[in-house]
Design a protein around this ligand. Sequence first.
Ligand code: NZQ
Ligand code: ZN
Length: 380
Amino acid sequence: MDSFSFYNPTRILFGAGAIRHLGQEMNNAGVKKCLLVAGGGSIKTNGIYEQVIQSLKTSQIEWTEAWGVQVNPTLDKVREMIAQAQKEKVDAVLAVGGGSVIDSSKAVAAGFYLDDVWQAFLGKAVVKEALPLFAVLTISATGSEMNGNSVITNTTERRKWSLRSPLLYPKVSVIDPSVQSSLPFQQTVNGALDAMAHILEYYFMDDKALATLAMNSALLRTIMDMTDRLRQDPADFVARGNLAWSATLALNGISGIGLKGGDWACHAIEHAFSALYPKIAHGEGLGVVFPAWIEYVSEKQPERFVPWAKNVWGADSVSHALRRFRDMIASWGSATNLRDLGIRESDLATLRDIILDTRGVGKIVKFSADEIDALLMLAF
Ligand code: NZQ
Ligand code: ZN
């Protein structure tokens, strides 16, 4: 097993009612006034906003609000919120939402101290300082609540790129699974597919990290079982809780230990979909790309996929496991090909160019332009 260094500084407050402790945690960190970042308004209708405000008031923390972060969040909105944070002289950022809201909040936390935050995404500026970040998670999917990544779209450049910094881990994240029962099933599925994809990006890298792989197999099975349960009963609190924690573990560092940093071809490819079509949900896009990638790569390297077939699916062949993977995605009502996502054949060349513009596509197979074309056709 490879050497590794692991440290995760985020404190997690998990459980029903945990939001009430938020203000006290911010108080303990010395926060006086925060920028409360939110999305399109779901937190107002499901009662999360009220709980957050109550906790801030109890702890006498001031706040100013920034609404309207979209799914596949944009750099323009981030810049607008950085200006608000500076004008209002906040000393912390509080994200209340899903990955889009938390990622935008991270970019604000870093951008507060930078001339142009996009330069950090391009790797041309270094994050040396950031506002402390707190998060209330409302949809389990990205793991952003317990990692240092931010993924933002520069609409003009058609780039959906990420920034990573140890300074961007939330100080505290609240995960109350009960507030996720307001999610439409399709959003729950998007989250589940994203969490599964995070584990799969690591899974095939090395068959010697046995402890990590055993945990990852169990996480994949748990995510699938819990999502099936939530289709029957969106208020199944046991399923919500286990799905939520599995999704956090899927991208907080634990699932990647000993697995050489992961492959990440499927993420690079899916981010191009969202860069071109901002309405495509990240998880749903991954549900199309990942099976196609497994099909493509397993034709060249079948042995690499045998443990996954056996330990996750109890299948005696990779093709059988892959069929079950695709059937499961279809049974959840999620897209199974690029056409379902609304992508046209005439867009494929543009997509390939956007994909090639990223910083390398894959490790197990380093995708050339021709190979990307072949993979996109397989997914089409
Ligand atoms: O905007 P609101 O009104 O809040 O509605 C949201 C949004 O429409 C809704 N929602 C969230 N919680 C809800 C709810 N609706 C009802 N009840 C609730 N409790 O769900 C929709 C999706 O929200 P979003 O934040 O976009 O979802 P997600 O958490 O999947 O985040 C996706 C973004 O994160 C990036 C993705 O690329 C995408 O931009 N990622 C971030 C990563 C990271 N930081 O580590 C890694 C991932 O691979 C990913 O790239
Ligand atoms: Zn993802």
